[in-house]
Design a protein around this ligand. Structure first.
Ligand code: AMP
Length: 223
């Protein structure tokens, strides 16, 4: 895959494996990533005004207001580190965000090249999400059901594993509903722009990555 000047968005419901796939693709391609959920969690932990305001929405499983995200992402993309291409994970998540991003990139004559949509059946999403464990030290993601850690509560790096506050069952239901209502309409939006690449995310991570590389290589066209 020639990753020069690829500007890629990843879309998919919570726990579809998006984070894992983005990390794998970033490692292979060298493209820098912008992971909005992680940025917001870091700001909240640091106690910044934006972070603290965002935390209330995040803890409920609701979306943080568009204006906050639009500013966060556009300010981030001003950094020359992203001039040669990037991968966006977690943004855009509403049609308004998508329109803002499209306009922002159009002004710079650097439109999105690909929007990868990962699809996973609903019941698998709930099981994946409820079993998710994350390493406090290195950020690696495990799953009680699908990808258990080498020892109870510990990562391979020795770090302590934790469950995200918004991975409780009630919040999971809210987040899936929020995705269905706000984010799923983006599929049609990007399909119309001719950049949507749909990928089956129900297989093992390596298999899903191969499907992603295949759709990126052929620009979404037929094999
Ligand atoms: P994630 O780690 O991508 O699942 O994001 C965790 C939480 O951060 C979401 O449930 C939202 O509350 C918030 N968040 C992340 N990205 C966005 C976005 N683009 N728009 C609104 N809220 C967001």
């Amino acid at each position: 895959m020639d990753s020069r000047h690829q500007r890629i968005v990843f879309l998919g419901p919570p726990a579809c494996g998006k984070g894992t796939q983005v990390s794998m693709l970033a490692a292979r391609s060298g493209l820098p990533t912008v992971v909005t959920g992680e940025m917001l969690r870091r700001s909240a932990a640091a106690g910044t005004p934006t972070g603290l305001a965002a935390k209330e929405y995040m803890d409920r499983g609701d979306l943080v207001p568009d204006s906050v995200l639009n500013r966060l992402v556009s300010e981030t993309l001003e950094d020359p580190a992203y001039a040669g291409g990037f991968i966006l994970d977690g943004y855009p998540r509403t049609v308004d965000q998508a329109k803002f991003l499209t306009g922002y990139l159009q002004e710079r004559q650097t439109p999105l090249t690909d929007v990868v949509a990962i699809e996973v059946p609903h019941d698998m999403l709930v099981r994946r999400q409820a079993g998710r464990l994350i390493c406090k030290s290195c950020g690696r993601v495990y799953n009680r059901h699908y990808l258990p850690p080498p020892s109870e509560g510990r990562c391979a790096c020795g770090g302590e594993l934790y469950q995200r506050a918004d991975d409780s069952e009630e919040v999971i239901r809210t987040r899936l509903e929020v995705y269905r209502t706000n984010t799923a309409p983006l599929l049609a939006y990007f399909r119309r722009q001719g950049v949507l690449r749909e990928v089956d995310g129900s297989g093992v991570p390596q298999r899903v990555q191969e499907s992603i590389l295949a759709v990126l290589d052929r620009g979404g066209g037929p094999a």
